[in-house]
Design a protein. Structure first.
Length: 134
């Protein structure tokens, strides 16, 4: 069971668009082909009962200012995922976001994971979703 891409546009070296999910019954914006592939996987994975995109707002501090971070996906109300290129993980702004996300998830009893292209595969994602990757 996969959804339908309603709108797609090419932006420089990546794509953006809107995806309709049959599992969440909502429209989800995607900002890369990696996010789109993740959405399709989530709709087809039998271990995913529910998922939402950019539904959690996490405050974080960067350069003395408080900002809001919206991780990419919340799965089964317990796993928060961010899809990010490997070379951007260590950027100071992302380090601040991820630190705040981990603290936020710890309080909620959730897990937070950053998924790179190398980890964006069915085996790794399924392990994370069913909890064997903890």
């Amino acid at each position: 069971m996969t959804g339908k891409v309603l709108r797609i546009r090419k932006r420089y070296n990546w794509i953006q668009g809107v995806y309709r999910s049959p599992k969440s019954m909502k429209l989800h914006n995607f900002k890369s082909s990696w996010e789109l592939n993740l959405y399709k996987f989530l709709d087809g994975c039998k271990y995913v009962k529910a998922w939402e995109s950019e539904c959690v707002k996490i405050p974080y501090k960067y350069r003395g200012r408080v900002k809001r971070y919206l991780p990419d996906v919340l799965i089964n109300n317990r796993l928060l995922l961010e899809v990010k290129p490997k070379n951007q993980i260590g950027w100071p702004i992302n380090v601040a976001k991820f630190r705040s996300a981990k603290e936020f998830c710890k309080v909620k009893g959730w897990s937070f994971k950053v998924v790179t292209k190398e980890l964006l595969n069915p085996i790794y994602l399924t392990e994370q979703i069913i909890g064997k990757g903890e």
